[in-house]
Design a protein around this ligand. Structure first.
Ligand SMILES: [Zn+2]
Length: 136
């Protein structure tokens, strides 16, 4: 299969078993986007969607997916961005870059959970202050 340079968004409930190249299947119900690796190797690439996962945006020209898609678990090791319906290719990443990318991902996740934790702490602190205030 040839390299894919453009991709279109298709909304589905269930992702079909046989995928077509150049289509990004998005299932809101399952919170995931699935597509065939843009290099043409035929591998299925699944990207979970969510605040700590990938973020999908729709533009007039097509879907954008962030962060980039790095298929280092696949033999092809392809890495690209999906940006406004276009596949933007990276060169092959070095092992150091792959590690740095993973670290960035972990940091992003950690930041999200820490923020949530702080918000929760804020809630309990307010509750505590209210409670203490009752006995003043
Ligand atoms: Zn591939």
């Amino acid at each position: 299969m040839p390299k894919v340079t453009q991709i279109q968004l298709v909304r589905v409930h269930y992702v079909p078993r046989v995928l077509e190249p150049g289509l990004l299947y998005v299932s809101k119900e399952f919170g995931a986007a699935v597509h065939l690796c843009a290099c043409g190797c035929g591998a299925k690439v699944s990207t979970p969607l969510g605040p700590t996962e990938w973020e999908l945006r729709e533009t007039d020209r097509g879907p954008s997916l962030r962060p980039s898609v790095g298929n280092w678990q696949l033999p092809c090791q392809s890495h690209y961005w999906i940006e406004a319906g276009k596949i933007l290719w990276f060169g092959t990443w070095s092992p150091e870059q792959i590690q740095a990318g993973r670290r960035a991902e972990v940091a992003k996740r950690q930041e999200y959970y820490e923020k949530r934790e702080r918000q929760r702490e804020g809630f309990f602190l307010r509750l505590w202050r209210w409670f203490v205030g009752l006995f003043r």
